[in-house]
Design a protein around this ligand. Structure first.
Ligand code: PLP
Length: 400
């Protein structure tokens, strides 16, 4: 057999994707599966996005796109950064790609030399570490404690920085914890980062609009403007506008970095589908009321699930201020035996037994770099969440 590259051998298959596949396999057998593993909104894409894409197709807007994004879209993104984040970017400082994921990929490919380190506060989104490894870098996790609501402490970030550090990645509201840093917390982190002028900083703001309890969203370059020149502000339409399948991410950042990332873009995709770009212009320039309306529904779901799960003896979850995830501590179940007779020695055992006994699909904390926890996504109907909570309760009560 011809060989697969060594680079790829360092990259794992996403655990949430693997879990979602497991759910599909069970559902194909006719089993009623409750899927709480998927990190995507259950709301439909706004009609005006679909209309704009359709109109673009009718207008013959079906040729190769400008690689960095159409002028209309880059202007809409510039205006979005100004409107929502009080950040001033020239259109030449803005880049689009096939999802925030590809933006992050392009940033790493454009900057990482073999052995460069990337500081990643965690528990964190699965893909960061894999993308860094793929680019030849070394992910350096920083453990964030539940006692601090999983907000990275400035001194812990500083302790992880070495002369090999190329990037520090930040993500608020965070996946998998839903944690949101305040402006003051960002400024405290920023104070440390100001001391290291050779670092790039990335803020992944993809859950910006999913924020609850009257909290206000701040991004790093806004909270600490002196870091603007080194910060890549990443965002996209997937989570805010229920457009995960359209694949459009974007960023604003320093021009030399954007130019380098654009070079990567020219070789790995050639730009985002023109119809998607038209749809993205429509949502970014269109009415924004749906963001608050949907956030309110997510918040009600969060409250429901949080109350149900925290009422189950042995489960402990902090109250996340954003995103649509709960990251639940299960240390009291480790070493015990569940109803089917299986001894639970890890969070991976826990989520597997939960699937096998109750057909509820979640993701083990190990996938995000902190155990023993499991993550659920509450981006699903209240009815399904109720069924899911009933089954999780039955599962936990079945332990010996
Ligand atoms: N960043 C975080 C923290 C995520 O959780 C996800 C998706 O789950 C993404 C980025 C990917 O976003 P996109 O769909 O724009 O690629």
């Amino acid at each position: 057999m011809p060989e697969i590259s060594d680079r790829l051998k360092k990259v794992s298959v996403s655990a949430s994707v693997a879990m979602t596949q497991k759910a599909r396999d069970l559902a194909a057998q006719g089993i009623d599966v409750v899927v709480l593993s998927t990190g995507e909104p259950d709301f439909p894409t706004p009609q005006h996005a679909i209309d704009a894409a359709y109109q673009a197709a009718l207008n013959g807007d079906t040729r190769y796109p400008p690689t960095d994004g159409t002028p209309e879209l880059r202007r809409a993104i510039r205006d979005k950064f100004k409107r929502d984040n009080q950040l001033d970017y020239d259109v030449s400082q803005i880049l689009t790609a096939g999802g925030a994921k590809q933006i992050i990929f392009n940033a790493m490919m454009a900057t990482i030399n073999p052995g460069d380190e990337v500081v990643i506060p965690g528990p964190s989104w699965i893909s960061y570490a894999d993308i860094v490894r793929f680019a030849g870098g070394i992910p350096v996790p920083v453990n964030c404690q539940q006692a601090h609501e999983f907000i990275p402490q400035p001194e812990d970030i500083e302790a992880a920085i070495t002369d090999k550090t190329k990037w520090v990645l930040l993500n608020f509201p965070g996946n998998p914890t839903g944690s949101v840093a305040t402006k003051e917390e960002l400024q405290a982190i920023g104070k440390v980062l100001l001391k290291y002028p050779d670092l790039w900083i990335m803020t992944d703001d993809i859950y910006e609009h999913l924020i609850y309890d009257g909290r206000e969203f701040f991004t790093l370059a806004q909270a600490e403007p002196r870091l603007y020149d080194r910060t890549l502000t990443v965002n996209g339409v997937s989570k805010a506008y229920s457009m995960t399948g359209w694949r459009l991410g974007f960023c604003g950042g320093p021009k030399p970095l954007i130019t380098a990332m654009s070079n990567v873009n020219t070789q790995n995709s050639g730009g985002v589908c023109t119809l998607t770009q038209a749809a993205a212009v429509a949502v970014l320039n269109g009415p924004q009321d749906l963001l608050r309306e949907r956030a309110e529904i997510y918040c009600q779901r969060r409250d429901y699930v949080l109350e149900r799960l925290n009422a189950i003896p042995g489960l402990h979850c902090h109250t996340p201020g954003g995103a649509f995830y709960l990251y639940i501590n299960i240390s009291e179940f480790i070493g015990r035996t569940c109803a089917s007779g299986k001894k639970i020695t890890s969070d991976a055992d826990f989520v597997m037994a939960l699937i096998e006994e109750q057909f509820v699909v979640t993701v083990q904390g190990a996938a995000y770099g902190m155990s023993p926890y499991f993550r659920i996504s509450y981006a699903t109907s209240t009815e399904r969440l109720k069924t899911g909570c009933d089954r999780i309760e039955a599962f936990c009560q079945g332990f010996l």
